[in-house]
Design a protein. Structure first.
Length: 277
């Protein structure tokens, strides 16, 4: 584990403390030389908030420096403070005070996420996507990420699961039309978008939605559970052809599909030879 990651769990403040103890570490940088982090977890910025912050900066100056890293030839990428950077642009500033940090590219995304979580700037969908990206980028388990960020493992898992839902439902969550409880009840349910709209229009409670979807989920669970007779048939086929097989039935129970699994091209060639006989 590198030094950046060790400090991550302590929060962004711990990472910055060593860099902001004296003003010698704060540099004035041309605002045109600074660009936002392409992997910034926060995707939406309220114009009203930016304008209010811009007016504050005009009157009182920038109280907290923007945190950046140098990427090449005096060009800088924002680690923390994109909202302040936008407000400084709106205020017409030509240069801004920055703390320049030396951190790895993978740590930039983590630091940006930590800052946004600490400031509660992310909506739940942005937070879920950020968690999923961190897990993918760093090859982590949910439990590992939870420890890093000081969150419960269930919080991480529940948020990531809502990404299984349609973007239209995500927007309804962001807009406050349905709650996280509603959204969790809709995961894996057909016609989820229509059901979400019905929740909003009829002001249904989470309990109402859970009751209406539980019957489908129970039926689906039974379908997923393997019939012992089917399992025996799969084993018999596997033994005869020397390949793993899987039998799946459609919802009507009278049709379905047979899957054959091969581990390399040689096995695939052998299957093709047998089919041609």
């Amino acid at each position: 584990m590198n030094k950046d990651k060790k400090k991550l769990g302590m929060g962004l403040g711990a990472l910055l403390s060593a860099n902001t103890k004296n003003t010698n570490n704060i540099n004035k940088i041309d605002i045109s030389k600074i660009s936002p982090n392409k992997q910034q977890p926060r995707k939406s910025f309220e114009e009203k908030e930016i304008k209010e912050l811009s007016n504050s900066i005009k009157n009182q100056g920038l109280i907290q420096p923007i945190v950046v890293r140098e990427i090449e030839n005096n060009e800088y990428e924002i680690i923390a403070g994109e909202r302040r950077w936008r407000a400084c642009q709106l205020a017409g500033l030509h240069s801004v005070e920055c703390v320049v940090m030396s951190v790895s590219e993978e740590s930039v995304y983590e630091l940006a996420l930590v800052e946004n979580i600490q400031r509660q700037n992310l909506n739940v969908v942005e937070e879920a996507k950020a968690y999923k990206n961190l897990i993918r980028i760093n090859n982590l388990k949910n439990e590992d990420l939870a420890k890093k960020l000081g969150k419960s493992s269930s919080h991480i898992s529940n948020l990531i699961r809502i990404l299984e839902l349609d973007d239209e439902i995500h927007q309804m969550i962001i807009d406050g039309k349905i709650s996280m409880g509603h959204a969790r009840a809709l995961i894996g349910v057909p016609n989820a978008v229509e059901r979400a709209k019905e929740i909003f229009e009829k002001k249904l409670s989470v309990r109402d939605v859970e009751k209406s979807t539980s019957k489908y989920k129970q039926t689906r669970k039974k379908q997923i559970e393997k019939d012992p007779n089917i399992a025996d048939l799969e084993k018999e086929l596997s033994d005869k052809i020397g390949l793993k097989t899987e039998i799946q039935f459609n919802d009507n129970g009278s049709s379905g599909s047979l899957k054959l699994y091969y581990s390399d091209l040689n096995q695939l060639d052998e299957i093709m030879k047998r089919l041609k006989k």
